[in-house]
Design a protein around this ligand. Sequence first.
Ligand SMILES: Cc1ncc(COP(=O)(O)O)c(C=O)c1O
Length: 374
Amino acid sequence: MDLKKLAARHGTPLLIIDHAVIKCQYRKLRDHLPRVGLYFAIKANPEPQIIKTLAAMNAGYDVASLQEYRSVIHSVPASEKKDLKTFIYDRIILANTIKPIDTLKKLSNHRLLVTFDNSEELKKIKKYCPDAGLICRIKVANVGSVVELSSKFGVEPGDATRLIESAFSSGLTVEGLSFHVGSQCLNIDNYINALEASASIFEELKSHGHELKLLNIGGGFPVPYDKNAPSFKKLARKLNGEIDRLFPKKIEVVAEPGRFLVAEAGTLVVSIVGKSVRDGKMVYYIDDGVYGTLSGVVFDHIPYHFKSFKKGPAAISAVVGPTCDAFDTISTAESLPELEIGDLLYAENIGAYSNASATNFNGFPKAKILHINT
Ligand SMILES: Cc1ncc(COP(=O)(O)O)c(C=O)c1O
């Protein structure tokens, strides 16, 4: 990929999404986790072209909102959803445990899988979307994951059986359990402990006469941003062993990977639009920032690093965004050669939780997105 040529042709900031990488990551998951059905969490990168690429590979989708649900329905080619009802039930999970009443009302005619983790949500589902297939999300340890989710989601495992039984007794259908070990999970034990907690709940419910059919192991699969990420092959080996040990073959197992599918597909090219020495350190102002594609620095806690095309003695420099806000600081310690206004920088592995949360703050346009190898 000639980044300089692409930047010259398309301008900067330019986010290049390489679909060959997305396809390769999808195959990697499928090949190393053969028992696990895959639902792409589109929140990681909701570009319609990505939804389309994954549709051709038979992926399902994890959606967080009515808008994401509609985006999947619109972006998946007609050939993949000839029988729309089956497509919706088999290939979409509304995996947000809290759903506005209006969303439930609008989805009441579309039978689909939805998650829940509390009794108030069950009342809403019973009233407005009673035909949904339910998945109970349990709270599991997120220790050592970069993005923590357990403080906001999941019923305590000790309370799950009672909650699920109350759903059954109100006439709802609970299909299974889900958990999320935290995004960019660097601690394989989170998965192991969550699988064990889930298996206990399956057993307890079975002894009470309720057989769950589905286990959803969520996302969290780590990306090698740096050397801290455990090897995916090692994680997959452990997961396969524990899933087969704890769950009979008739239990369907699915996952909702987001970051793993798209992070390494993204490369951002930016231009330096200003430079100034402050407190003895060079500060480079670039044409994208934490209000744009680099929003993941704030929301996703990922410290992106920049590379330069120029060679020369490096000095520790700061890289900041273009807005009139000092918070718009991407890094205070990048090792860069002396650069001039108009020079390019690039950041790799920036396809997840980047453009997804970009804004137009201060009127700056979002980066152009270029899809290649679609
Ligand atoms: C419910 C749910 N599923 C899946 C994901 C995707 O997780 P990841 O990008 O770590 O794979 C998230 C991310 O926040 C989530 O909240």
